[in-house]
Design a protein around this ligand. Structure first.
Ligand code: SAM
Length: 270
């Protein structure tokens, strides 16, 4: 890393340490009453012409199969598309035969849980009594309208039984789960610092080791990375730990063209 970049990282990290500690002391909360909705015409207009019809067909299938009416009427276009993408990832890579009736799922790094409708409807569809927990270390990060991630997450889950948003560091979380989902974990310093976290929170080896400890035997950890270097680093960590995994390689969404490439790994605990 160039000296200038190192200095920039150092400065941003100092700022993050102060801001992160401040917001976790204040724990500001303010009830969200509704979510901004956008009309969903031309959802896939940014895709190449030849793939738009395919995306429209798949959206219709998911809409019917996963009861997306509430989401479609209460979301921005991007949020709706991101939920469709999460559903597609789960359909393609999550081992559905393994889902038990009283399944406990953990989603790591839930942010404002803008994709909880996808998780909820996917798992409910298979196992009505499933419980889903999302854990977020930086839940009190604030938006320009003075609402926090916490506020949005709580609003999004207010009609969902057995869904829990937990504020905390997953490394200190000891509960056991049948399956774990990790969408875009931090593996390298720059993305983590850009997202406002102190560098001390970057512990990818410990993260993987810990998740393996808290997933029940016969369970899985689905990991989606968004940069090739991060995906390769996670594979090195898994290899060093001797954990078995399926490498699905690159995933391309049918619904959006992402400038950051995405990669999928599925760790299976014996
Ligand atoms: C790149 S974001 C991905 C957010 C979300 N999963 C998504 O798909 O949009 C990573 C998230 O993980 C959270 N995070 C990082 N380390 C964590 C930890 N040790 N425990 C809980 N959450 C963590 C971050 O605060 C951030 O919200």
């Amino acid at each position: 890393m160039k000296l200038l970049n190192k200095l920039k990282l150092f400065r941003e990290n100092l700022k993050n340490i102060i801001d992160f500690n401040l917001r976790n002391t204040l724990k500001l909360k303010r009830k969200v009453t509704h979510l901004k909705n956008e009309q969903k015409q031309g959802l896939f207009a940014s895709l190449p012409q030849e793939t738009q019809a395919l995306a429209e067909d798949k959206e219709q299938i998911f809409y019917n199969k996963y009861n997306l009416e509430h989401l479609k009427n209460n979301s921005s276009k991007l949020e709706y598309i991101e939920n469709l993408t999460v559903l597609e990832i789960l359909e393609n890579y999550f081992p559905q035969t393994k889902i038990k009736q009283d399944e406990h799922i953990l989603d790591v790094g839930a942010k404002n849980w803008h994709y909880i409708e996808a998780l909820y409807n996917f798992f409910k569809n298979k196992a009505p009594s499933v419980s889903i927990s999302g854990i977020e270390i930086d839940a009190y990060r604030m938006y320009i309208n003075f609402h926090t991630r916490y506020d949005y997450a709580m609003h999004r889950i207010n009609h969902m039984p057995n869904v829990h948003y937990i504020v905390g560091d997953v490394l200190e979380h000891k509960d056991k789960y049948d399956n774990i989902l990790v969408f875009y974990p931090f593996v390298t310093p720059e993305p983590l610092v850009r997202w406002g976290l102190p560098l001390s929170k970057l512990k990818p080896e410990q993260l993987i080791k810990h998740l393996y400890d808290i997933v029940n035997p016969n369970g899985s950890i689905l990991i989606v990375n968004q940069f090739e270097n991060e995906y390769l680093l996670i594979k090195i960590i898994l290899d060093n730990l001797g954990h078995e995994y399926k490498d699905f390689g690159e995933y391309t969404s049918s619904f959006i063209h992402n400038k950051n490439r995405r990669f999928v790994l599925l760790v299976n605990k014996a």
